[in-house]
Design a protein around this ligand. Structure first.
Ligand SMILES: C[C@H](O)[C@H](O)[C@@H](O)C(=O)CO
Ligand SMILES: [Mn+2]
Length: 427
């Protein structure tokens, strides 16, 4: 098998070389890209701090596939399993509710040591960590408002939570020697048309100013802010809209987080990158797959994913863009969901790197749109799959669908052995 893969790669290498594309170099570049894999696919966004709280904040996970992780040890075990089927070294994105501690801190009391086992594990696995304050699934977000809440006390609680989160991000960055991105998303909004759209936004702006007041070394932690068009129960108005965070992020040098599911259905994230990149200090992506709404389906290599990858590659945005995933599907094996979404994202980046970018740009500049269209179309059937297979082989992960048998074994031997109750950590 490995001989066949190597032979196919040699043929592919020759074909790409005819267009000046050095596949060996492309694979070296690909290996440098880190995808931030979101931990919350592993347990349907439940977390470990408030396990009796229902998921709130206008997001929803559907499906009842067995085997969700019930404690931090199981979640790490599942992530390790997923990473053994994903080429490259990446990052894990944690939410505050994934603290690994018996101390039971409230969200405004979280401290770096509550996440120490995650750091020890990340070091051992050679992974980076990213972070998010959890401004939902909590009694103080019950009426749908957090950082823009009209009540000073409740707003202060969420400000303190976000401040604590940045310090945890800085701790991750310092400990792991890899910058942590701490992303703030809040659900605040109204189900029906508000009378006053301005005041909640003013409160949010002031809360964010307070959250970001403490200087933190950007080598350790970078802040990001994530907008949204609507949520379940906030259909009419979301305080943290795209325009709000675009303005806030540019004015205050914060990363702007673009979630593929957070725009009007015909708007594309890929269409926004080249504009925002000209004016921002950097971007964070939440690569997701909206189906008619912000449904957070598992990412697949569809046209939009490819177009996002092309924008990042063609305009050299990989250095300033942090690529995170954000989907949660409980109707399929959760480990497989991670593997499918992450492999598809990396594969799309590879495909984008294997295109004759300079030739296409020159054709466009010369007004030769025939060549542009013809080459773009022909390259769709170039043997990128042979290069991908070779990359998997060389990085020691299963080639093609071979990973599925491994995932099924893991499901049989581990996931299906889990009962419904919370069990002690597996370690
Ligand atoms: C759990 C995540 O933080 C959440 O999905 C957020 O990023 C979002 O996209 C909400 O719609
Ligand atoms: Mn998101």
């Amino acid at each position: 098998m490995s001989n066949e893969i190597e032979k196919a790669y040699e043929l592919a290498r020759e074909q790409y070389a005819k267009h000046g594309i050095d596949t060996d170099h492309v694979l070296e570049q690909l290996a440098k890209i880190k995808v931030s894999v979101h931990c919350w696919q592993g347990d349907d966004v439940r977390g470990f701090l408030f396990q009796d709280q229902d998921l709130s904040g206008g997001i929803s996970v559907t499906g009842s596939h067995p085997g969700a992780a019930r404690n931090p040890g199981e979640l790490r075990q599942d992530l390790e399993q997923a990473f053994s089927m994903i080429p490259g070294k990446h990052k894990v994105n944690l939410h505050a509710i994934y603290a690994d501690t018996d101390e039971g801190p409230d969200l405004d009391e979280i401290l770096p040591h509550h996440y120490e086992p995650w750091v020890a594990w990340a070091k051992q696995q050679g992974l980076g960590l990213d972070f998010n304050p959890t401004c939902f699934s909590h009694e103080k977000s019950g009426d749908g408002f957090t950082l823009s809440h009209p009540d000073d006390g409740i707003r202060q609680f969420w400000i303190d939570h976000c401040k604590a989160s940045r310090r945890i991000g800085a701790y991750f960055g310092e400990e792991l020697g890899q910058t942590c991105v701490t992303n703030i998303w809040i659900p605040d909004g109204y189900k029906d048309t508000p009378v006053d759209r301005m005041s909640p936004r003013k409160r949010l702006m002031e809360s964010l100013d307070e959250v970001f007041a403490e200087p933190i070394d950007p080598a350790f932690n970078l802040d990001a802010v994530e907008s949204k068009l609507f949520g379940l129960g906030s259909e009419a108005y979301v305080v943290g809209s795209h325009e709000f965070y675009m303005g806030y992020g540019m004015k205050n040098q914060k990363l702007i987080c673009l979630d593929a599911g957070h725009f009007h259905p015909t708007e594309t994230l890929s269409g926004k990158l080249s504009s925002l990149a000209l004016f921002t200090s950097g971007l964070l992506l939440h690569v997701s797959r909206p189906m008619r709404w912000d449904s957070d389906h598992v990412v697949v290599m569809d046209d939009e994913l490819l177009e996002i990858a092309r924008e990042l590659v063609r305009h050299q945005l990989l250095g300033s863009t942090h690529i995170g995933l954000d989907f949660f599907d409980a109707s399929i094996n959760r480990v497989a969901a991670w593997v499918i979404g992450t492999r598809s994202t990396i594969k799309a980046l590879l495909r984008a790197m294997l295109e004759p970018i300079d030739v296409l740009k020159q054709a466009e500049l010369a007004g030769d749109f025939t060549t542009r269209l013809a080459l773009t179309e022909e390259f769709k059937s170039y043997p990128f799959g042979a290069v991908w297979d070779y990359y998997c082989l060389k990085t020691g992960v299963p080639v093609r669908e071979a990973w599925l048998e491994q995932a099924k074994d893991y499901e049989r031997n581990v996931l299906l052995q889990r009962g419904a109750q919370v069990s002690p950590a597996v370690e």
